[in-house]
Design a protein around this ligand. Structure first.
Ligand code: ZN
Length: 335
């Protein structure tokens, strides 16, 4: 009996050790080095600046007006996620805003309402005296956190909203289609119909609407395409200088999907420069820096950043690809 128990506890320890290794071992992604941003000195001036703050957080400012997508700073741990209870962490959000140098924002705009985009957005908007812009689902995240109704703007797809020098258009598209059927059923094509009062299950944060966010400024035009899905032809009328492209999951889709994605997102928007976003492991706190996803996600979900970046690279031989560093404010004209 004693021998059996020893055997069992050793077996258990062994399994835990394997799990820890698989979660924390992150395969090397050579493109993160090859395409890393370098200040080349051809910054031609101008006021427009960009900051990448992990996942699909993109800050765009000209000093007078500032837009932030998502504002997701909390990054619950994998354990909290699996346990099924998450909530915004106000201290982490404050720390993140401080580190990014954010005091006043005009608008906080989640790319859709999943927790890894919209969970913190109302708190960030409130702290920075900004409008919360998005779908009714996003507004219900706001309502659960007591965000004032008169500071909410429910976006109408394709209809521009002006924030001083920035003209912002949300175009409703499609989320990346989870290959895992059970996940897709739980998380896609559903609205948040009642206010979410955290702590809540990650699964309560339904998609709502997934947007491509177009930001027009006199110095340039950008698109933030947070999730690797598409609707044919809806982006054809837009032409941008920089495309912030959510790359997570491209590697799990077949060649036909990737060819169509190329036609209807990257090809349609026709940017000179692509900045990959949604590539880092959002269970890792921002204070640890950006880390690519662990081996476990590759084994369970097929997530593999090297392959997804290779797909983007191969499909865009005539476009520049730049990986932005975390927390660094970068002049738009240097890109
Ligand atoms: Zn999502």
């Amino acid at each position: 009996m004693k021998r059996f128990l020893t055997f069992l506890s050793r077996g258990l320890l062994f399994l835990i050790a394997i799990a820890i290794i698989l979660i924390n071992y992150r395969p090397n992604v050579p493109q993160l080095g090859t395409f890393a941003y370098q200040l080349t000195g051809h910054d031609t001036g101008g006021r427009l600046q960009i900051q990448f703050i992990g996942n699909t957080n993109v800050l765009v400012t000209d000093g007078d007006h500032t837009i932030l997508t998502d504002g997701f700073f909390t990054r619950p741990s994998l354990i909290q996620f699996l346990w099924g209870e998450i909530e915004p962490n106000v201290d982490v959000i404050k720390e993140g805003l401080k580190q990014a140098g954010i005091e006043k924002l005009d608008a906080v705009i989640p790319v859709h309402s999943h927790f890894d985009h919209a969970m913190d957005s109302p708190i960030v908007a409130q702290m920075s005296r900004a409008k919360l812009v998005g779908s009714e689902s996003t507004m219900n995240i706001g309502r659960g956190l007591g965000f004032p109704e008169d500071q909410m703007i429910v976006a109408e797809s394709g209809v521009p909203i002006e924030f001083g020098s920035m003209k912002v258009t949300l175009v409703e598209g499609k989320h990346w289609p989870y290959p895992d059927k059970a996940m897709a059923e739980k998380l896609l094509n559903q609205e948040i119909t009642r206010p979410i009062i955290p702590p809540a299950s990650p699964m309560d944060y339904k998609e709502g609407a997934s947007y491509t966010i177009i930001i027009e400024h006199e110095e340039g035009i950008m698109a933030i395409h947070g999730s690797a899905g598409y609707i044919p032809n809806i982006l054809d009328e837009y032409d941008v200088d920089i495309l912030f492209l959510g790359v997570a999951g491209l590697e799990t889709m077949d060649d036909t999907f990737n060819a169509d994605f190329q036609t209807h997102v990257t090809g349609a928007l026709n940017p000179e420069l692509i900045v990959p976003i949604h590539w880092d492991d959002f269970f890792v706190p921002l204070k640890r820096g950006l880390k690519s996803r662990g081996l476990l996600e590759k084994m369970l979900q097929g997530m593999d950043l090297e392959t997804s970046l290779k797909i983007v690279e191969e499909n865009n031989p005539n476009r520049k690809l730049v990986v932005l560093p975390l927390w660094k404010t970068i002049p738009f004209s240097s890109l």
